[in-house]
Design a protein around this ligand. Structure first.
Ligand code: NDP
Length: 281
């Protein structure tokens, strides 16, 4: 039976530690603030934004949500970002993705002041990760690495296979695992014989966006399997990993829900607290 990489328990522990850091800042008269910009009314985004607000509340972080109409122009969005860049109360700015199709995501993200870019998506922070320099690391990959380390999964010299090459999950987790001296393979929709790759993996990260895509036969016995997927099937949230067939084969497994998703929000809080601490120096 696999060891459960329990994001709920790990994030609860880390949130308690973060609360102490927020309190320490407050005792010096420094507040911590996070602003989230939500454009349009995508239902999944509404849920994520609500959960982020709840986490801020738990830590005593000022949380501001800017709800902009779906027809917001690029110019208006960038003006709002600029205003938040200058706002002394705000330490972190997050633009909830995806944006409506008429908006240019990369251009909007580039407008965020890199030191307030708590999602780690600004090209400067992505570049720092790529070149091995300290910077803000994207929340989901950061949470995955935290989880693997906290659960004692050996990384150095191990074979890591990542399925999915998005800028927000696949590529940055591949880079983080490479920095941990894993030998990394990045797979995608054009990869030939995917199972041949996944069956070699000591660490397998599934960030595909397809329900129960990874099955037991694709997994090396004893592997650490990280399920990033959030898919809605018949009103239920299911991951990219078929838990029932993979769990008996794997050495470690993260559940959905209660796995990577929890760590992601926790790391967003950590990035926000770190931004406030940097400003307070
Ligand atoms: P994207 O849609 O941006 O990327 C999916 C990736 O999967 C692409 O690189 C794609 O390849 C690859 N892929 C698709 N089909 C196959 C296939 N048959 N075989 C191999 N690779 C395939 O998704 P994201 O990275 O944004 O998200 C992935 C999942 O993680 C989603 O379910 C999302 O909801 C979830 N997510 C969860 C978070 C959390 O906090 N837990 C945070 C962010 C995302 P190609 O590039 O060739 O098209």
């Amino acid at each position: 039976m696999a060891i459960l990489m329990d994001g709920k328990a790990l994030s609860a522990r880390q949130m308690a530690a973060l609360k102490e850091r927020v309190d320490a800042l407050k005792s010096k008269g420094k507040s911590v603030g996070l602003a989230v910009i939500l454009v349009g009314d995508d239902p999944a985004s509404q849920v994520y934004v609500r959960n982020k607000g709840k986490a801020c509340e738990e830590l005593g972080i000022l949380s501001r949500t800017l709800r902009l109409p779906a027809e917001t122009t690029q110019e208006a969005l960038e003006e709002e970002i600029d205003r938040l860049n200058r706002d002394e109360e705000i330490d972190g700015i997050l633009v909830q993705l995806p944006l409506p199709r008429h908006l240019n995501e990369a251009q909007a993200l580039a407008k965020i002041a890199p030191e307030k870019d708590v999602d780690g998506f600004h090209i400067q922070n992505a570049g720092k990760l790529f070149t091995g320099q300290p910077g803000v690391v994207a929340c989901t990959p950061k949470g995955i690495l935290y989880m693997l380390k906290a659960c004692g999964v050996p990384l150095e010299g191990k074979e890591a296979v990542v399925i999915g090459r998005s800028n927000i999950v696949g590529k940055p987790i591949a880079m983080l695992l490479l920095n941990e001296n894993c030998t990394v393979t990045l797979c995608h929709s054009r990869t030939k014989d995917l199972s041949a790759h996944t069956r070699r993996a000591d660490i397998l990260v599934a960030a595909v966006g397809k329900p129960r895509f990874v099955t037991g036969g694709m997994v090396k016995p004893g592997a650490a399997v990280v399920d990033v997927g959030i898919n809605r099937v018949d009103g239920k949230v299911v991951g990219d990993v078929d838990f029932a067939s993979v769990e008996p084969v794997a050495g470690y497994i993260s559940p959905v829900p209660g796995g990577v998703g929890k760590m992601t929000i926790c790391m967003l809080m950590e990035n926000t607290v770190e931004a406030a601490e940097r400003k307070a120096i």
